[in-house]
Design a protein around this ligand. Structure first.
Ligand SMILES: [Zn+2]
Ligand SMILES: [Zn+2]
Length: 199
């Protein structure tokens, strides 16, 4: 595995800037991989890992970079819970470890570097060097991932009886014997409102 410094250089390039979230994310991912005994997540071990992230912030990019898990490969799962937390699941053994950034890490950073300004710099310096146990809590977890949710799963493609759009991975609902996409089945849950048809 590359060093923290090497990974931070890559994380900065991929994310656009270096920030406290990148450092926490890289360290969280390194800790998860270490606990699972996965040494080459983007090479030989690339099919072993699925990562669940619980927030869509800076750290998420860093976690994706270190683990090689991506939304587009179905190996990165997003649970929108607003928590600075991630679970790393080893498909080879079925073991998972969920890691949470501790609330008092900002206070620790303040104590460690009281005279450093701005706070973002103070936090970046501290998060590089504080031991894992002071930054994170961790817990072994069991995560059942259905076969249909795994990377590489093949699923039936269904055309919505109402809008005609194709739906993959079984994301449809049966309503009155019709197969509807979730947007037609539950219009109140749409994230969009129809405007003029676009070109
Ligand atoms: Zn950032
Ligand atoms: Zn539809």
């Amino acid at each position: 595995m590359e060093s923290l410094d090497e990974l931070l250089v890559k994380a900065e390039a991929a994310h656009g800037h270096l920030c406290a979230g990148q450092i926490l994310g890289v360290r969280m991912a390194l800790l998860g991989l270490e606990r699972l005994g996965i040494e080459d997540p983007r090479g030989a071990d690339r099919k072993r890992l699925v990562t669940f992230v619980e927030i869509d912030r800076c750290a998420t990019d860093a976690i994706g970079l270190v683990t090689g898990c991506r939304l587009g490969k179905r190996s990165l799962k997003f649970r929108d819970w607003g928590k600075m937390a991630a679970a790393f699941v080893d498909l080879a053994t079925g073991r998972g470890v969920r890691i949470v950034a501790l609330e008092d890490s900002r206070e620790l950073a303040k104590k460690l570097y009281p005279h450093v300004e701005p706070k973002s710099r103070q936090q970046m310096m501290a998060y590089r060097e504080l031991p894992d146990a002071q930054l994170f809590s961790e817990q072994w977890v069991k995560v059942d991932i259905e076969a249909s949710e795994l990377p590489g799963a093949k699923g039936e493609r269904v055309l919505c009886s109402r809008c005609g759009e194709g739906v993959n991975f079984g994301r449809f609902a049966e309503v009155d014997d019709q197969r509807l996409c979730l947007s037609c089945a539950r219009p109140e849950l749409r994230y969009w409102e129809a405007g003029d048809s676009g070109h």
